[in-house]
Design a protein around this ligand. Sequence first.
Ligand code: COA
Length: 261
Amino acid sequence: MEIRLEHLAGPDAGIVLLGLNRPSARNALGRGMVGEFRQTVADLRADRDLRVLVLHSLVPGTFCAGADLKERADMSTSQAALFVQGLRAAFTELEDLPMPVIAALEGAAFGGGLELALAADLRVAGADARMGLVETSLAILPGAGGTQRLPRLIGPSRAKELIFTARRIGAEAAGRLGLVDRVVPAGEALAAALALAREIIPNGPLALRLAKQAVNRGLDLDRDSGMALEEACYAQVLPTQDRLEGLAAFRDKRPPKYRGE
Ligand code: COA
């Protein structure tokens, strides 16, 4: 298995860790791994108990080395096109997961490896992480969403500079650009991602899903359409038991207990 899932229990119930585990190729994304990844994401989509997903690597020193360049060398042009289409779809499926997704980056995240992290909602990096959209150095371009997600995240000219130069940058520089949300000491990215997840899981699960939807889908809309989307999302939390529980907990001065209903 090149993808490993771990469902946390006890106070961390609701947090699932998705671990990339292909040490021999530094988690390079080959056909097998991408197939497994897409199946896993499809399964997670249907998991009503999943509150926060954390992506990380089980391979020391590497988050993900991007597309499998050895496999690519044996592909025909049309096979390569099909593969990239599948990878692009895989990351969009990840981005479209209804619950918050946090990527914990340690070590190298290049090409498709960084594009994977860009499809998460939040990114935490260990100080030794290195990342870049290096595709133009291979005479290709980012093809798994990088040309679309990076400029939306850090702005078009900063994204173009990184893509045109194929520059590999460290965690601190990535933090300054807003490419990662926080930088922590090397080796502590997973712990920091878990700390973030623990801040999220007490909150209303339906509210979290709808807030994610409102932000993600609203980003590509004009203001008034975005407000209409927000209203439509809000309308879905109004009739929930959890909303009444939130009000009751406030009244009773106790922590709320949300059930996602
Ligand atoms: N595709 C296929 N195999 C890859 C790979 C990739 N993207 N990245 C690394 N590997 C393989 C190496 O070929 C090597 O295999 P070998 O043992 O059969 O020679 C093995 O993984 C270990 O790689 P190595 O470079 O020795 O490890 P490292 O820890 O010194 O460096 C990286 C790791 C990720 C920094 C480095 O491998 C690298 O830069 N990879 C290419 C990343 C890239 O350009 N990705 C963009 C794709 S568009």
